[in-house]
Design a protein around this ligand. Structure first.
Ligand SMILES: [Zn+2]
Length: 440
């Protein structure tokens, strides 16, 4: 009831705003903005286009024409004729509530043990701004790491205009099993807080899914593997967590709500259970067998690799942890290349939060291209392909008529130098300019 009343009030406000604009411009609608794009990479087309005009009204793109199109007098022109214009980027795997996992700074545990909820919210606010200023206008944020439903509240704060930030698809608390998530390795007498909601059995699993969906989860996130190590032969092994039966209860519940399930799965038994349980996206997927790749093709499973985080903070080579760290990176590279060859639906993900939010989000592009992904394909993984996974096809991740006005620009050519995407100079989010270091 309350919600409806607010919506009515907002509609009235919007109407009166439109009427005022209509009177002054004589057009009866929001003012027209035209972006002159030197080069346009639209997020869908296989080739860039030169000299394009993007017509925007309010929060939406009205049309895209070539540079000879007429610009109505009185429209606001943004000149990006010396830049490459792209749709706002999408990072499909982030943690705005995670503040690094550097062992020297207390590792993962310090996030939960040393920071109160207000400090954590302040850090998430910083992360949201960081994403936006780097041209990431949408995040799929895959769990708050012990910060409850904070992601949905940060999202609310962004939507009501209290803080700047991207569009957020939040997964709230995430789900794992007893023995399946941090904090751990403390005295068994201590009841430690956990970074995820732990469940045992399909009944508890379904209940957790319902609780998270009730409190606004846009996606569910499930940990299908937890600890990893190398065995005597030097092969990576991961501890599985939920059973297929438990996962199926979650997937069934989520799909009933028209929501999807992202499964953290490194390899082995846990990854197999993730696929057999009907998971919608495999997160990390460090080591995927040929049979599992074929199953992902059959089931249309999305693949969200996260290469960069496995290259930081390696333990010394001759230690068990050091061997594990090197094995993770090595198998991840092989799986990524296999996935490319098999044309799996690869989406761009970084695990930011595990990587400090001060670092460039777009560093993952270099890794992807370095492993053989074509730059245009890498860009599409962070635009139209991620949009499709988020059920936002045609609305975000593309510059075309009808899409939201999410527009970014870089100075150089990212198809030649993918690192250009680490230097986004212009950001428009939902029709408002957030950053402009380029246009006059
Ligand atoms: Zn993650």
């Amino acid at each position: 009831m309350m919600r409806k009343r607010i919506r009515c009030a907002m509609a009235l406000l919007a109407l009166s705003g439109t009427a005022a604009l209509g009177q002054s411009s004589g057009q009866g609608a929001a003012a027209l903005t035209v972006i002159r794009a030197g080069t346009l990479i639209d997020g869908v087309s296989e080739a860039p286009r030169k000299n394009q005009l993007i017509f925007l009204r309010g929060k939406r793109i009205e049309k895209v024409t070539d540079g000879s199109g007429a610009i109505p007098s009185g429209s606001h022109v943004i000149d990006l004729s010396n830049a490459t214009v792209l749709p706002g980027l999408i990072d499909a795997h982030t943690h705005i509530f995670l503040w690094g996992e550097d062992p020297n700074k207390g590792g993962y545990d310090a996030n939960i043990l040393k920071a109160g909820i207000a400090l954590r919210a302040a850090r998430a606010t910083y992360a949201a701004r960081r994403a936006l200023e780097q041209g990431f206008t949408t995040l799929r944020d895959v769990e708050t790491e012990g910060a409850g439903y904070g992601d949905i509240e940060i999202k609310q704060a962004i939507e009501e205009g209290t803080i700047p930030g991207p569009r957020i698809f939040g997964a709230t608390r995430a789900i794992s099993t007893t023995g399946g998530y941090n904090l751990e390795d403390y005295a068994p007498e201590l009841e430690m807080p956990k970074g995820a909601q732990l469940v045992d059995g399909p009944v508890e699993a379904r209940k957790a899914a319902r609780q998270q969906l009730e409190h606004g989860a846009d996606w569910l996130k499930v940990y299908m593997t937890h600890r990893s190590w190398v065995d005597k032969e030097g092969k990576l092994v991961s501890q599985p967590t939920l059973t297929v039966e438990e996962l199926k209860a979650i997937v069934d519940e989520a799909h009933g709500w028209q929501k999807k399930v992202a499964c953290h799965a490194y390899n082995g038994i846990g990854l197999q259970r993730a696929l057999d349980g009907g998971c919608d996206s495999i997160e990390h997927g460090l080591e995927i067998t040929d049979a599992q790749i074929a199953q992902m093709q059959r089931q249309g499973t999305w693949y969200c690799p996260t290469i960069s985080p496995y290259y930081g903070d390696w333990a010394p080579a001759d230690t068990p942890a050091g061997k594990r760290d090197r094995a993770r990176a090595a198998v991840h590279e092989i799986s990524f290349k296999k996935a490319l060859q098999a044309h799996l639906k690869i989406v761009f993900g970084t695990d930011m939060g595990g990587i400090p939010w001060t670092e460039p989000i777009a560093q993952e592009f270099k890794r992807m291209v370095g492993l053989g992904m074509a730059p245009m394909d890498a860009i599409q993984s962070a635009t139209s392909r991620s949009a499709e996974m988020l059920d936002m096809k045609g609305e975000i991740g593309v510059i075309a008529a009808g899409a939201y006005a999410e527009v970014i620009a870089v100075e150089g050519d990212p198809l030649k130098h993918i690192e250009e995407l680490e230097h986004v100079r212009f950001v428009m989010h939902d029709g408002s300019i957030f950053k402009n270091e380029l246009a006059k």
